[in-house]
Design a protein around this ligand. Structure first.
Ligand code: MN
Length: 305
């Protein structure tokens, strides 16, 4: 889960350190050059929060660094708003950073214009399909999602009506896209941020219910993780096992859409098992199913799908 504290709070240096930690071969000079160019181009522009505009592309790049993305994506992320919002042209970006970066920035600029026009009319599913078709390169989508996530984190500067509109759009279009791409950390945070804006009372209520259970939940989670680790070791599988709390919006969905009481929601925790290959995925799944039987109708083969 991405928390505000996870991303670079102290500017470009922290971002570069973070990138180096997961990708020693990353072209840090190129990333820093993109940052300087974005900073110069956005010079004098402020976000509605009052901070210098450069904090936004920097925040977007930091979210993508948490997802361990490559140099090209991070360079494009830092430059994602310059064509739309500054005097810098696409040709200049291509000349400075190459055709690939140019194509991604161009894709994002076009996407911004299109989603703006179709916001009201089309159904969410159609808009999502169009975004996917337009993006072509998956990195365009990832940057677009990070862009939305960063804007959602600082939504409170907008009017209440605008906040609701952005929150609805996030639930209808962007969170399902993140889900489709398998970037669940983004999906959860997008949903929780939108949920907090749309139903602040319910959000606080569920948050406090979940927090009250936190101790039990943590003990239970620790026990389950230990059991899974032991079983996988026994099966000679190299795996990383982590527990994760469910996000608040999924609890809300169960209560509202499926009419469950909070006490009936037993799956307040989930675990994540990371292995090195698809084969090991199935082996790990088999080992876990020998501990707990899957519920008929509830099991989904996310590995194959
Ligand atoms: Mn942006």
């Amino acid at each position: 889960r991405l928390r505000p504290g996870d991303h670079a709070p102290d500017g470009i240096e922290a971002l570069l350190r973070r990138i180096k930690s997961y990708n020693p071969k990353a072209d840090l000079k190129e990333i820093e050059r993109a940052y300087r160019m974005a900073e110069r181009s956005h010079e004098g522009q402020l976000r509605m929060t009052g901070e210098p505009f450069i904090e936004h592309p920097l925040g977007v790049a930091s979210i993508l660094a948490e997802l361990r993305l490559d140099t090209t994506t991070l360079v494009a992320a830092l430059l994602h708003d310059v064509v739309e919002d500054t005097d810098l042209s696409l040709e200049q970006i291509e000349r400075e950073f190459g055709e690939e970066v140019g194509r991604i920035v161009d894709g994002l600029t076009k996407l911004d214009r299109i989603t703006f026009r179709t916001r009201e009319q089309a159904q969410a599913e159609n808009v999502r399909k169009m975004i996917v078709a337009m993006a072509r390169d998956i990195r365009v989508l990832l940057i677009k999602l990070a862009d939305r996530l960063h804007n959602m984190r600082t939504l409170e500067v907008l009017s209440p009506q605008k906040q609701r509109q952005k929150a609805n759009e996030t639930l209808d279009i962007y969170a399902p896209l993140a889900d489709r791409l398998g970037v669940h950390r983004m999906k959860w945070e997008l949903e929780d941020l939108a949920f907090a804006r749309l139903h602040p009372k319910r959000y606080e209520e569920i948050k406090s219910l979940v927090e009250k259970r936190e101790n039990d939940r943590q003990d239970y989670l620790d026990a389950v993780v230990a059991e899974v680790k032991a079983k996988l070791r026994e099966s000679k599988l190299k795996a990383n096992v982590e527990g994760r709390p469910k996000h608040l919006y999924s609890v809300y969905e169960k209560m509202v859409l499926r009419g469950k009481e909070f006490n009936e929601i037993y799956d307040l925790v989930g675990i994540r098992v990371l292995v090195d290959s698809v084969r090991d995925c199935y082996a790990a799944l088999g080992a876990i199913h020998s501990l707990w039987k899957p519920l008929p109708g509830r099991f989904k083969d996310f590995i194959a799908m």
